[in-house]
Design a binder for this molecule. Structure first.
Ligand code: NAD
Ligand code: DAU
Length: 339
């Protein structure tokens, strides 16, 4: 089996590569990544010399380059993680989100048709469902919840999902889609809530909480997401959407306070800043379908996962310090400078 993993130098893609290396040591893994600001070859250092791993730098929206890679590598299956993934950046500059997340997906789907790839898996997100009200804790996202997007990011991800459905129905491509809740764990780029708060707390910088910090996210340890995708790839039904989440809803402010408690820093570091435009209130996945059909359940509980994650950032300071000391400083100033 040869798997083409796009976006494998990013957070979830790299964790998926490590997961698959262990779960299926006989598989050939090819990682295709553009190495945007979010892609990092240092992350893949431990697999770079493995004879059953190959890295190739390309843009998924570059048709010629993608076709050449499919022609040479002849993958049996494709798992598409490649995306612009940060909501705040999509509010600042939507265009690149459409180029990568929509047009890039289309190029990959065309390549699968042209080169007869047996299976394509699209890594999507629960954000395609929009948000849920805080005062209706009985409501959850199911696979039947209508798409109802809020940000340019989520609109681009929903568009890609619709294209996948269209290629499945019109051209008979064998496609599956997964929609996961918020991930956390090692190698997450420090623009996202959990690593940003850990990195800031460790150097006594203010912790910028949007609005009143009451928004709710449903957190899943990244390995549990990887395990779910592995199951879908091997046992999932073609044409099916699978929601992935572990019923772990938490308010942002509670996450931030937990991080401060773990690293032993004072809550006075918390600073409330202007809210994100169009900020989704609550995400909550109903994971009963994937549990019933594929027997998937998360294995890492939040208390353990967050301790492990903080420890990882403590043990791997060089990895994130290289990032926060670089171009990221300009981003941080633009995003938080006058907030
Ligand atoms: P990330 O931003 O950490 O990584 C994205 C990777 O894609 C990077 O390595 C980047 O270099 C690469 N990339 C970007 N544009 C590319 C292009 N045009 N061509 C090739 N490579 C390109 O993102 P992530 O958090 O690991 O998310 C991965 C996928 O999972 C995304 O599709 C995202 O929508 C989805 N997702 C993320 C979460 C989450 O909580 N992070 C939850 C659910 C779904
Ligand atoms: O739900 C899945 C999605 O989760 C993925 O599709 C996205 O790729 C991923 O980025 C994530 O989106 P969110 O917008 O939920 O994640 P983020 O880490 O940016 O923010 C989490 C919450 O924390 C959100 O309510 C905004 C808030 N926040 C975030 C940052 C960066 C703050 O209060 N302060 C911050 O500085």
């Amino acid at each position: 089996m040869k798997l083409l993993i796009t976006g494998g130098a990013g957070f979830i893609g790299s964790n998926f590569i490590f997961y698959m290396r262990k779960a299926h040591p006989d598989y050939d893994l090819v990682c295709l990544d553009k190495l945007t600001y979010a892609g990092n070859l240092q992350t893949l250092q431990s697999v770079m010399k493995n004879s059953k791993f190959k890295f190739t730098r390309a843009d998924i929206a570059d048709r010629k380059a993608v076709y050449e890679i499919f022609e040479t590598e002849k993958p049996d299956a494709v798992v598409n993680f490649a995306a612009e993934s940060h909501v705040d950046r999509s509010i600042e500059n939507p265009a690149v989100f459409l180029e990568t997340n929509v047009m890039g997906t289309q190029v990959l789907l065309d390549a699968c048709r042209k080169y007869g790839v047996q299976r394509y898996h699209q890594v999507s997100t629960d954000e395609v469902y929009g948000d849920l009200p805080l005062d209706r804790p009985d409501l959850f996202f199911t696979e039947q919840t209508p798409l109802h997007t809020s940000s340019p990011y989520s609109a681009s991800k929903a568009s890609a999902d619709l294209l996948c459905n269209a290629y499945q129905r019109t051209f008979g491509l064998s496609i599956t889609i997964s929609r996961c809740s918020n991930n956390y764990g090692p190698y997450q780029f420090p623009e996202k809530l959990i690593p940003l708060m850990i990195a800031n707390a460790l150097v006594d910088k203010p912790l910028p909480v949007y609005g009143e910090g009451l928004n709710v996210r449903d957190w899943l340890y990244v390995d549990d997401h990887c395990a779910a995708i592995d199951l879908i790839l091997h046992k999932g039904e073609v044409g099916q959407v699978y929601n992935i989440g572990g019923h772990n809803e938490m308010k942002n402010i509670d996450i931030v306070k937990r991080i401060l408690a773990i690293v032993g820093k004072p809550e006075s570091l918390i600073t409330y800043v202007t809210d994100r435009k169009g900020h989704d209130m609550r995400y909550a996945i109903d994971p009963s379908f994937i549990h019933e059909k594929l027997d998937w359940l998360p294995s890492t509980m939040f208390n353990d996962g967050i301790e492990k994650t903080v420890q990882w950032y403590l043990d791997n300071k060089e990895w994130w310090e290289n990032i926060v000391n670089g171009e990221y400083q300009n981003y941080y100033e633009r995003m938080y400078g006058n907030r």
